[in-house]
Design a protein around this ligand. Structure first.
Ligand code: SF4
Length: 139
C-alpha cells in the first residue's frame, strides 16, 4: 500500500462549489484524493468527479504550454506564456479600438473557482470595459 510522502491542501478543480481536498502524493504522483473535513463547503464529502477524476493530471497528452496558430489552417506551435498573453492582449486591444468594448464578450467557466470567475468579470468590466459577461452553466 502506498503512503503519502506529501499532502497538498487545495480546491477541487471541477466546479465553482469549491470543495476542499487533500491530494495524497507519492514521488510527485497523485494516488489518492480525500475531502477535507475542516471547512464549511463540503465537510469531507466529494462528488465522483472530485473524488476520482484526476488521471488527467499525469497524462502525457496534457497541454503544458500555450499554443499559437501563426497562420490560418497552420498547425498550432508551442509558445511561451509571455508571447501568448501579449498576443491575446494585443488582439483584444485592437478589437476594442476598432469595434468598441461591447464587441467583446467574456465567457467564464464552472471549472474555475468563484475567485477566478470574480477576477475574470473584473477584467471584463474594469479593464476591457464590457458588461457582456456570462457563464457556461447558463448555456
Ligand atoms: S466537482 Fe464535485 S467535489 Fe469538485 S467542487 Fe464540484 S461538487 Fe465539489
Amino acid at each position: 500500500m502506498l503512503h503519502a510522502d506529501r499532502l497538498v491542501h487545495t480546491t477541487c478543480p471541477y466546479c465553482g462549489v469549491g470543495c476542499q481536498i487533500d491530494l495524497h502524493l507519492h514521488d510527485g504522483v497523485i494516488f489518492r484524493v480525500a475531502g477535507r473535513y475542516d471547512n464549511k463547503v463540503n465537510f469531507g464529502n466529494l462528488c465522483v468527479k472530485g473524488r476520482f477524476g484526476y488521471d488527467y493530471v499525469h497524462s502525457p497528452d496534457r497541454l503544458d504550454t500555450p499554443l499559437i496558430r501563426h497562420r490560418r489552417r497552420a498547425e498550432p506551435q508551442p509558445s511561451g506564456w509571455d508571447e501568448a498573453l501579449d498576443l491575446v492582449a494585443g488582439r483584444l486591444e485592437a478589437i476594442r479600438r476598432e469595434h468598441g468594448p461591447e464587441s467583446i464578450a467574456v465567457l467564464v467557466s464552472a471549472k474555475c473557482t468563484n475567485e477566478e470567475n470574480y477576477l475574470l468579470q473584473k477584467l471584463a468590466r474594469a479593464v476591457i470595459g464590457t458588461n457582456s459577461v456570462d457563464h457556461c452553466a447558463r448555456l
